[in-house]
Design a protein around this ligand. Structure first.
Ligand code: NAG
Ligand code: NAG
Ligand code: NAG
Ligand code: NAG
Ligand code: NAG
Ligand code: NAG
Ligand code: NAG
Ligand code: NAG
Length: 506
């Protein structure tokens, strides 16, 4: 009780004494008096066995007050230290004091990683070109600076870190993140752990990646029962700047295509193709996904047909007749920039579900495809604008990655020509779409329905019993008139016992 009478000053005094007594633990790593024996990085990057440290593009070694982070592709070694003065580490290329709060990204795809970590509001300060950003919250809160001048040394020294995708600028503030379009989807997403180290948010990164990864494998497993005879072939194509064509075949493409239970169309020669070679190779593809970087004026089906040599042909290939030509331009900002380039690297679980959905719409009936637009149909594009910003989660770590509901799925029984060749029985397709975790709420509702049904059934049952009781009562009433008053209380007693039974069942 006396404690309550302490005034603010006394409280502060007690706190300071407490702080002094427990000094080593409570002192900040950046204080001159930090404790050399204290582990200032208690949350460690956790690598999953299937990807493993050997396949990850980076490696982390922990010390009490600094972390050595090695980018294996560029052989750069970053020393991330939390002390006031930097430690001396041999073979270090850069020293960066962490946690950082003033960040430049030179690649739009890094933004979605920062959003998962909850750093887009507080730490992200500069991007290369604001007009290209699709993130609704960053569109709404238009505070970022763009056209960061990398040549301005005083500007460079005023920021904490510059995340870049190419090691052309090395040393100092530059940190290279080494994935590109060919990096397998899950390996790309794992770079969230690397980025998290700069913000001391490794626990968040581990957890987010774990959820994304387990969703990915859940869908992969559930599609693994699709028989080979009914798997579809997918061709990923691209028109290059030198007017030749490429059929994509490196790492990312075979990996994610196969994980989505499809066959990658992968002929012997895949690069420097003439338009006729390309047409011949992809004529039998079930789905064609065009990854070309087309300028706006060629982003129509007619222009595309001209470019890909289908304008003089009356005999169109199946994928065009069936409108199974896709691009990754479904989500766009109002300037026509695609969200695939900004958000897909961090969400392999959604890439996989998108690829499954364009082959098998019945797998998750309510799933809304995020990035693949039906290019042969007009209007399969969505403009993401500032009003889609969820203020409640802006600047907070993202935890909602949906859930994968286990589902038995055997495909559609059709072969690559779309001909029904086998009966796959009734697929237990589910109606839940997994983008925003709506399914979690749906699950709760459904789970509530079941006890509800039990209650209803037991109530109906007890009403029937009551009815029966009333009938008996009526009969007995005729026989023993004078006992009726007493008996009238019995139904109430009966109701109570019914309630008890009901509660036990729930
Ligand atoms: C990092 O965060 C943990 C809590 O997750 C904290 O205990 C630790 O002191 C932080 N380290 C630094 C260097 O900020
Ligand atoms: C990680 O890097 C350290 C050097 O910083 C090295 O000794 C260690 O073998 C590397 N580990 C892996 C798994 O590559
Ligand atoms: C460099 O950046 C600083 C800080 O933004 C600015 O004040 C200065 O004018 C810039 N210098 C040049 C040469 O652009
Ligand atoms: C679907 O995935 C879940 C989670 O990985 C798994 O438990 C279930 O067995 C899978 N179903 C099939 C038919 O593979
Ligand atoms: C399905 O096709 C793959 C790749 O062609 C092959 O490795 C696998 O053995 C086939 N599975 C069956 C059951 O035929
Ligand atoms: C794709 O990559 C993941 C991990 O990066 C791996 O687990 C999976 O087996 C790969 N799929 C194929 C078909 O190689
Ligand atoms: C088809 O497209 C090519 C290349 O753009 C063009 O040269 C040709 O004139 C077009 N033919 C027709 C019939 O439109
Ligand atoms: C699909 O099945 C039909 C009927 O059996 C057959 O004519 C056609 O060649 C098959 N297509 C492929 C690609 O196997």
């Amino acid at each position: 009780m006396n404690m309550l009478r302490f005034n603010g000053f006394k409280c502060l005094l007690v706190l300071s004494i407490l702080c002094y007594l427990t000094h080593p633990v409570l002192s900040d790593c950046r204080d001159a008096t930090f404790d050399v024996n204290f582990d200032y990085f208690p949350d460690k990057v956790y690598f999953d066995n299937d990807i493993g440290t050997s396949n990850s593009g980076f490696n982390v070694t922990y010390h009490n007050n600094y972390v050595i982070l090695t980018n294996k592709y560029t052989s750069e070694t970053y020393v991330l230290y939390c002390t006031a003065t930097q430690p001396a580490v041999t073979a270090a290329t850069n020293y960066i004091q962490v946690p950082v709060t003033n960040v430049v990204v030179s690649d739009r795809s890094f933004i979605s990683f920062l959003e998962i970590l909850g750093e887009e509001k507080t730490s992200l300060k500069y991007v290369d070109d604001k007009k290209t950003i699709t993130s609704p919250c960053l569109q709404k809160y238009n505070y970022l600076s763009d056209n960061f001048n990398y040549a301005n040394t005083s500007l460079v020294s005023s920021v904490d870190v510059i995340f870049t995708n190419k090691p052309s600028n090395t040393g100092g503030k530059y940190v290279t993140i080494s994935y590109d379009e060919d990096t397998p989807a899950l390996q790309k997403a794992e770079w969230i752990k690397y980025m998290s180290l700069f913000f001391n948010k490794t626990a968040i990164a581990n957890e987010a990646f774990d959820k994304i990864r387990s969703n990915y494998f859940c869908h992969l497993d559930n599609l693994s029962k699709v028989p080979n005879e009914t798997k579809k072939s997918i061709a990923w194509v691209s028109l290059e700047s030198d007017k030749t064509f490429t059929i994509k075949s490196s790492s990312f493409y075979p990996n994610v295509t196969s994980d989505a239970a499809a066959f990658l169309l992968n002929p012997q020669i895949t690069t420097d193709l003439s338009v006729d070679d390309l047409k011949q190779y992809i004529s039998g593809a079930y789905i064609v996904i065009d990854m070309s970087d087309l300028v706006a004026q060629y982003s129509t089906l007619d222009a595309w047909k001209n470019l890909f040599g289908y304008n003089q042909t009356s005999d169109l290939p199946r994928f065009l007749k069936e409108k199974l030509l896709f691009r990754t331009h479904k989500l766009l900002n109002s300037n026509g920039n695609d969200d695939w380039s900004e958000s897909s690297a961090s969400r392999p679980d959604l890439i996989l579900q998108d690829l499954i959905a364009i082959q098998y719409p019945s797998y998750q009936k309510d799933y809304v495809v995020n990035w693949f637009n039906k290019f042969a149909e007009t209007g399969d594009e969505v403009v993401i604008s500032a009003d889609k910003c969820n203020d409640a989660t802006f600047g907070l770590p993202k935890t909602d990655f949906g859930t994968c509901v286990p589902t038995k799925f055997f495909g559609d029984g059709r072969n690559n020509s779309g001909i029904q060749i086998m009966d796959v029985g009734r697929n237990e397709g589910n109606d839940k779409h997994n983008k925003d975790g709506d399914s979690i709420n749906n699950d709760k509702k459904e789970n509530k329905v079941k006890p509800g049904v039990i209650i209803a059934v037991s109530l109906v049952g007890s009403l029937l019993l009551l009815g029966l009781g009333a009938l008996l009562l009526a009969v007995s009433r005729r026989k023993y008139r004078e006992r009726f008053v007493k008996l009238r209380d019995e139904p109430v007693v009966q109701m109570d016992s019914v309630k008890e039974v009901k509660e036990v069942k729930v």
